[in-house]
Design a protein around this ligand. Structure first.
Ligand SMILES: Nc1ncnc2c1ncn2[C@@H]1O[C@H](COP(=O)(O)OP(=O)(O)O)[C@@H](O)[C@H]1O
Ligand SMILES: [Mg+2]
Length: 292
């Protein structure tokens, strides 16, 4: 697919109707039969087939010849459905350039009432087994297609962010649709790409934020210099989909790993020598204080 915004503008309401019919059909079918697309969309079979043909040419759907002709949407179409919904609900007025491609997401700039990013989750396609093993919010599920894995991860991240904001310094969560999370845009660079003028103060602030999140019952579980953005006035911690509750069996181990990543980074880059145990005591000490 070319540019998300360009493709978005190219599609007609009927195209969106067909895409969302395939989406809902995928709850029950790996490959959605033409008849079901026609039935759910309310279009005639011929009309639906014509639209399906155009959508395949745009690489928004794939098809498979089983004993019937079946259709599937891919992440690009899922992105467009989520974007259309965020626009319809008035959270997003326009979408801009890609600003980040992470391990498990594609992030675009957008404009709403404030400057936003939309983080489109990409969990599930390549690493779903890994995701299932490590993320407690997925363990109850049956074999879930990538579509739902990404949506579940986005919802989990949104809920965690709602729980933390504004007490912890994170981007303001704005809205959720499927696997897409709209949040406040932070203008700044990740910690690893910035030369801090006062690293000691930054380290103190990060530990304080980790402690505050812990006090609210949340361990980030994927914290590193790549998931801290340095904005003009402050630091923001991003990328929360793998967060666990503080009472999770592995929480203290994950907290130790998070704090260890940060402490090691500041030692490597700035030669600040703080022991992991002391850093942990500060973090969890704060946690207990806040929980009383
Ligand atoms: N709120 C935001 N403001 C600005 N840039 C962001 C924001 N959220 C994410 N990004 C950018 O997108 C990248 C990927 O986002 P992240 O949440 O870390 O997902 P991943 O799990 O894919 O690493 C980040 O490294 C950052 O460059
Ligand atoms: Mg990240």
């Amino acid at each position: 697919m070319e540019n998300l915004a360009q493709t978005f503008l190219k599609l007609s309401p009927e195209d969106f109707l067909v895409l969302s019919s395939i989406e809902s059909g995928m709850r029950g079918h790996e490959w959605v039969p033409l008849e079901l697309v026609a039935k759910v969309s309310g279009l005639s079979s011929r009309r639906a087939e014509y639209r399906l043909h155009l959508l395949s040419e745009l690489h928004l759907i794939s098809s498979e010849n089983l004993h019937y002709h079946g259709y599937q949407i891919d992440f690009d179409a899922y992105d467009l459905l989520a974007l259309a919904d965020l626009v319809k609900r008035d959270y997003v007025a326009s979408i801009g350039d890609k600003v980040g491609v992470g391990k498990e997401s594609v992030v675009y700039e957008a404009l709403g009432e404030i400057p936003l990013v939309i983080k489109f989750h990409r969990q599930g396609r390549t690493s779903f087994k890994h995701v299932r093993r490590h993320r407690d919010h997925l363990t109850d599920l049956p074999r879930v297609p990538w579509l739902y894995a990404a949506a579940i991860a986005a919802r989990h991240e949104f809920r965690v962010m709602q729980r933390l904001y504004p007490q912890v310094s994170i981007p303001r969560p704005i809205a959720l649709s499927r696997h897409a999370l709209a949040m406040e845009l932070i203008s700044g660079l990740p910690l690893n790409r910035v030369e801090l003028s006062n690293p000691q103060e930054a380290l103190d602030i990060i530990l304080e934020e980790i402690g505050r999140a812990y006090g609210l019952g949340i361990v980030h579980a994927d914290l590193s210099e790549f998931n801290v953005l340095v904005a003009e006035e402050n630091l923001k911690i991003i990328d929360w989909p793998q967060a666990v509750n503080a009472d999770h069996a592995a929480a203290s181990e994950l907290l130790r790993r998070d704090v260890g990543n940060i402490v090691r980074y500041f030692f490597r880059r700035y030669k600040i020598d703080l022991s992991l145990d002391e850093a942990l005591a500060r973090v969890s000490g704060r946690g207990q204080e806040a929980m009383v």
